[in-house]
Design a protein around this ligand. Sequence first.
Ligand code: KIV
Length: 279
Amino acid sequence: MHKSVKDILEKRQSGTKISVITAYDYTMASLCDKAGIDILLVGDSAGMVMLGYESTVPVTMDQMVLFTEAVSRARQNALIVSDLPFMSYQASISDAIANSGKLVKAGADAVKLEGGKAMSGTIKAIVETGIPVMGHIGFQPQTTTLAQGYKVQGRTKDAAVRLIEDAKALEEAGVFSIALEMVTDEVSKIISETISVPTIGIGSGKYCDGQVLVVHDILGMYDKLKPKFVKQYLSLSDQITKAVSNYRTDVESGKFPAEENWFSMDKSELEKLRKEIGK
Ligand code: KIV
């Protein structure tokens, strides 16, 4: 049986940090799940790392459904949270509920959406339909990139107060956890100590109840952005390019395929064939 929201809440109660990683496809999700990760986040960052968009803004519901289905076929253990993409929940509460339902039918256990106080009515309505929601405040890629570009959140007293109020409003609306993106260490600490649901940080310091990173970043597979908060555990880009280049030179030189890579006919069948075709 895979993890439930209750398991995530209990993990926080036990004082053990919650591990979250993004996943968008079957193979990577299988590997991350096998590694014992608590939550597989089908993030809309898929738009950038899987589809090559400049931001998460162009991502569609159909794409998120496809990624969620692939991840859910792989999952054995983790909880799956899927992102509601830009404009799938902002225009109306009925859009938000219908699109959350589509992600759940695709295999998600919960959905995530960006926004503070202004989104609390929408979150409450989704939660009331029985779908768990993860909030997302601080840097909000779907809208902040349009307005201000990448920027750390909560550096001033006023900005900090707004973030704390947003976190409280989301808690009241019924979220089961809140992602804090690029929020200063001090403000993350206050929020994590103030609210009763787990905080999941990305670039938000050590006081969060859990951490999330984009899987391509930890594996060194996406070179366009290298945020300071990422810890890179592998340099797969270099290794993959080198391996594919070795394959190319083997093909060009005839070194590949070798005998162990091909299939042969039965000798007597070959003899019969030769006779029949006169060779
Ligand atoms: O889409 C995503 O990867 C996310 C994380 C950055 C939290 O929302």
